[in-house]
Design a protein around this ligand. Structure first.
Ligand code: FES
Length: 511
């Protein structure tokens, strides 16, 4: 299995094998084409196929290549944007609908696991949130109060299941955890059994929306469909949603605990950014998973230091015997705190999208599947308006919207200005990359430390911001909308759909 970075996650390494049935298919017409083979794409495809729609899933690389393979897979009704913020940004009724939808997701995942006998280590659990200073205590009280108002079962707790000092804590019942990749594989198998088709290594090159049917040109032929769904984390091309979603990276680490006391539940502190903890049992072994140290993509100079800082945090609180995995992953935050699910603005009305899930991809992926099937089957559902990508919220999220786009403009304006001319590639440490300016052109130079230098254009092919080097995942990351590229300039993550220009590969002596 390959992923969008150099570090395999726990899920991508400890995984059952699954290979989609089809390696190619003849050009034909489908009811729905879903682009993206992560949890959102496959959950949506399974929901539609089992209701009689004939679906095709296109995945550029392999299933769970992106964020689904890099998540820490907390299934919760406790959301990153807490209900008090949703009430403030929208209203109580909206917050209640979202809380109910999140609770329904937990039931849906459990019934999917049962119905299709998916061996993904699903377990019910609780979630604990704890405050460590007075400011956090105030915030925790507000979060708890709002949980109760919207019907999420939460209460104060005297204890938390980890050895960390705290002032006040709350517990939320009825949460869940599982192995996300094995879960997606199980859904993929059920989808194919129901007649659906998954094509891996099949990139969508172009979608022509001008006719009655949408024409999809792909690396494996041309297909037609009534509806096209972008479940690609962020849609490709240039769209309003790129202005409204901010990319973040989060760091995860897996450890063995000397005590053998692995916490069963989901646990969150209230630091900014917060840390999160949980355990997963895989093939009889307990794995303690910690995460945090989030930052905006492309805004951290030393991404390796995020791993070091996370390790330091967990070693402060836990007696660690070994660390087996460390990886980072990307997510998108919407400016008003809730996802965009529905019609993709400025496209044919039959082109749909789901994005901006924040750190709640497990929950929102299934809400997206529900909303998208209601739109396609023309069924009423309050969630359609709530999550509409065209919703107008001039107040909610305005500050985040302005801040994010001010940063983007700064990145565009500062293009290459702060870079210095340097032809001395010897200054680049082995295994590292650097953005330099040669004859006024920003270039990304990577040295493998042995004898090779790879040089790419440092101008992102999406909207021409300058990419930054990500030392933790050995990639070129764009700080504007989160596109990421490999050392050779190949697209790892959208929204870019074209590789960086590859300028040069040479042994050092010949540069
Ligand atoms: Fe938009 Fe790079 S991702 S400019």
């Amino acid at each position: 299995m390959i992923r969008d970075g150099v570090h395999l996650s726990l899920w991508q390494e400890k995984v059952k094998t699954y290979k989609p049935v089809f390696e190619s298919v003849h050009s034909q017409k489908f009811d729905v084409i879903i682009v993206g083979g992560g949890i959102t794409g496959i959950a949506t495809a399974l929901a539609l196929q089992t209701r009689g729609k004939n679906c095709l899933v296109l995945e550029t690389r392999n299933l769970c290549y992106g964020t689904t393979g890099g998540t820490t897979a907390h299934i919760n009704t406790f959301l990153d944007t807490p209900y008090n913020t949703i009430i403030d940004n929208f209203n109580l009724e909206v917050a209640r609908h979202i809380a109910k939808a999140a609770k329904d997701v937990i039931k849906k995942i459990k019934s999917t696991v049962d119905t299709f006998a998916i061996d993904c280590g699903y377990e019910d659990c609780k979630a604990f949130v704890f405050a460590q200073n007075e400011k956090q205590v105030d915030e925790l009280d507000k979060i708890l109060d709002a949980c109760i108002k919207v019907g999420v079962h939460a209460a104060h707790s005297k204890d938390i299941p980890v050895p960390i000092a705290f002032l006040k804590a709350m517990v939320i019942n009825d949460q869940g955890k599982f192995h996300p990749v094995n879960y997606v594989y199980g859904m993929a198998a059920a989808f194919e059994k129901a007649g659906g088709i998954i094509l891996e290594n099949c990139r969508l090159i172009k979608a022509d929306e001008s006719g009655e049917l949408i024409k999809a040109e792909t690396e494996m032929g041309n297909f037609q469909c009534d509806h096209l769904v972008y479940a690609t984390h962020i849609p490709p091309g240039i769209n309003l949603l790129h202005l409204r979603c901010t990319p973040y990276r989060s760091y995860a680490m897996v450890a063995r605990l000397k005590s053998g006391q692995y916490p069963k539940d989901l646990i969150y502190d209230m630091a900014d950014p917060y840390h999160y903890y949980r355990t997963q049992l895989i093939d009889g072994e307990e794995y303690f998973i910690a995460g945090g140290k989030d930052h905006k993509t492309g805004y951290e100079q030393e991404t390796d230091a995020c791993f070091e800082s996370l390790e330091q945090t967990i070693r402060t609180h836990f007696d660690i015997s070994s660390i087996s995995h460390a990886w980072s992953s990307q997510y998108y935050e919407s400016s008003d705190g809730i996802p965009y699910i529905g019609h993709l603005p400025s496209h044919n009305e039959k082109v749909l999208v789901a994005t901006g899930f924040g750190g709640n991809g497990m929950t929102y992926s299934h809400i997206a599947a529900e909303v998208i099937q209601c739109i396609i089957f023309q069924e009423k559902n309050e969630l359609i308006d709530i999550f509409s990508p065209s919703r107008l919220k001039p107040i909610a999220g305005f500050k985040n919207f302005v801040e994010h786009n001010f940063d983007v403009v700064k990145q565009l304006m500062s293009k290459a200005l702060s870079l210095y001319e340097d032809k001395n590639f010897e200054s680049i440490p082995p295994g590292e990359g650097k953005v330099l300016k040669i004859d006024n052109h920003p270039i990304g130079v990577y040295s493998d430390g042995v004898d090779s230098i790879h040089i790419v254009s440092a101008v992102c092919t999406h909207m021409k911001c300058i990419v930054k080097w990500n030392t933790a995942e050995k990639s070129w990351d764009c700080p504007c909308h989160g596109a990421r590229y490999s050392i050779q300039g190949k697209v790892l993550n959208g929204p870019a759909d074209h590789d960086l220009e590859y300028i040069h590969h040479s042994v050092k002596e010949n540069v």
